[in-house]
Design a protein around this ligand. Structure first.
Ligand SMILES: [Mg+2]
Length: 348
């Protein structure tokens, strides 16, 4: 099987009126890029990456894929997807295999694996060999711009949908405001639902330790990304000072970055992102790397690709998702997401 055509489509969305906000940024949304890989056997595969912000990103990414990555993938056999992944890393090294270059690699890597699964007629988790039949899922619903009443309402809705865990943003200007928010949410979800907190890189080490001690006394389940993503010394100090697990990794890129965090005991739960981790090829590697250090894997973002990957990781802990919209193929049983059953990364 050979790749004979690659179609790249940028989707531009107008910014939404009331953007969601975390402690770092506003997220007005700005679209996505879809790549469809066609082959000489009539089988195709799709990869998509989306953006929470950066207005010009879809067009910029489409250009990177069109001019730089597409020529590498054209003519290859999808069965050699890991070789193609290596080649894309090598080719982008001159300006850096990060940022948009890595988002493009992720889109194509996803499309090639999807193609391979569809060619075999099985879900990718079946090709790779699975460990789990379902993955515990949590709802990231507590945005910083919501009022107390809004955050209570949406967290209660997540519990009503069947989630056993919810995540909220913290990192308000003061610890007192964070504590207030956690108590308000706890009131809405009751004592038995797990509650994770995420400060999106907004604090310095001493303050992250101070707040983390209070959050662990309040029974929060993990303390996510309180420090700048690359502050390995800060994360090592934080993890040493606290009992609450420190979760990070959504803004890290390479296996070497993760290996440094793991070897330094600077992270308790890794949270790879499908785009920054370079697609399924990258995330499978990151997941097993963390498993070697006996650390769990929680996804950044959800969807069928992360579910396929996590099905194959012994250390899969939690799938991140939002509220389940009407008509969604995502199904929860006992707080766990069921695996997609369709070929490649399709749902059914
Ligand atoms: Mg986060």
């Amino acid at each position: 099987m050979k790749v004979t055509q690659i179609v790249v489509t940028a989707h531009r969305n107008p910014p939404v009126a009331n953007p969601k906000r975390d402690a770092l940024q506003s997220l007005p949304g700005s679209g996505s890029v879809t790549v469809t890989v066609h082959t000489d056997e009539g089988i195709s595969g799709v990869g998509e990456v989306s953006f929470g912000r950066i207005a010009g990103a879809p067009d910029a990414l489409a250009a990177v894929i069109e001019h730089e990555l597409k020529p590498i993938v054209f003519g290859t056999d999808p069965a050699y997807v890991r070789a193609t992944h290596q080649e894309m890393l090598r080719e982008t090294e001159y300006h850096g295999s990060f940022g948009l270059a890595m988002f493009g690699i992720a889109a194509l890597d996803t499309a090639l694996w999807d193609c391979l699964g569809r060619a075999r007629g099985v879900p990718c988790w079946q090709m790779w060999g699975a460990v789990h039949e379902r993955i515990p899922a949590y709802a990231m619903v507590g945005w910083l711009n919501y009022s107390d009443a809004e955050v209570q309402e949406i967290c209660a809705r997540a519990v009503a949908q069947g989630f056993h865990a919810v995540k909220i943003k913290v990192g308000f200007p003061t610890l007192a405001e964070d504590v207030h928010r956690i108590k308000v949410v706890r009131e809405a979800i009751g004592p038995d639902i797990r509650l994770m907190v995420d400060a999106n890189q907004s604090l310095r080490t001493a303050e992250a330790i101070r707040r983390g001690r209070v959050f662990q006394d309040l029974g929060c389940y993990w303390w996510e990304e309180p420090l700048p993503a690359d502050d390995i010394d800060g994360y090592a100090a934080l993890a040493a000072a606290l009992d609450i697990p420190v979760a990070t990794g959504e803004n890290l890129y390479t296996p070497y970055d993760f290996a440094c965090f793991l070897a330094r005991d600077a992270v308790d739960i890794i949270q790879p992102d499908l785009r920054r981790g370079g697609g399924p090829t990258g995330l499978l590697q990151l997941g097993l790397l963390a498993h070697a250090f006996r650390r769990p894997y929680a996804s950044h973002g959800g969807g069928p690709v992360q579910l396929n990957i996590m099905a194959c990781l012994p250390n899969a802990l939690y799938l991140e998702t939002g509220l389940i919209p009407p008509g969604s193929p995502l199904k929860l049983v006992d707080g766990c997401a069921l695996l997609p059953q369709g070929p490649g990364f399709s749902w059914a």
